[in-house]
Design a protein around this ligand. Sequence first.
Ligand SMILES: Nc1ncnc2c1ncn2[C@@H]1O[C@H](COP(=O)(O)OP(=O)(O)OP(=O)(O)O)[C@@H](O)[C@H]1O
Length: 236
Amino acid sequence: MPTIQLDAAAVRVPLPGRGEREILAPTTLTLTQRRIGIIGANGSGKSTLARMLNGLVRPTSGRVVVEGHDVVRDGAAVRRLVGFCFTDPAAQLVMPTCVEDIELSLRRRVEDGTTRRQRALDVLAANGLAEHAHDSVHSLSGGQRQLLALAGVLALEPTVVVADEPTTLLDRANTRRVADTLFGLDQQLVLVTHDLDLAARCDRVVVVDSARVVADGPPSEAIAHYTSLVDGLSTA
Ligand SMILES: Nc1ncnc2c1ncn2[C@@H]1O[C@H](COP(=O)(O)OP(=O)(O)OP(=O)(O)O)[C@@H](O)[C@H]1O
């Protein structure tokens, strides 16, 4: 599996007139497992951590290195290696039809239009969306839209897939479809989730609380740590 290295990587944002706020404390992690879950309360810093992995958020100090490529100095290489799937597929789906959307993902990868169309159709078929190739993106169910957004990421054959709460907007059946696709990937998966059943399927779980990693290890231990934090809050 690939190696993602965070070396005291921290993110601070300016607070107008009031200095700055640390939204992720210096974090050192070496991520080599196939499936890594990131869990924690709303606003704890999970997305910030996930977004640093492909340079969507830059560390203000420290370093993030993916397979030897620094996310700041070698951003283009990192974006080729690390595909990012957003919570809301609307953030990713911009073309009228499904096949056109995948073609858009492939525009820099496959120059010839006929080859690109065929590749896009193949990608849709591989993700169970063949029959929707010429449908409007807006006619898809929430789960199908999320699968299409994921297909657009997978079309570029990333080495690592980072998915930020990809099932949060989905019902139970669609959650299962998207989760089964994600957990069926050969690639390394970094999954930010509030769904502890999904976190339990990971090989390693990182718990973020108040901008810092507070637990990191096998899912059962990390999830127990997180639930004890939540229970502590509810009884406080
Ligand atoms: N660019 C920014 N400027 C200011 N504050 C920010 C910025 N990005 C994130 N934050 C704040 O940092 C904190 C952590 O945000 P983040 O999105 O990483 O949390 P999260 O754990 O993913 O939350 P959720 O589960 O709600 O998605 C939040 O309080 C958020 O408002």
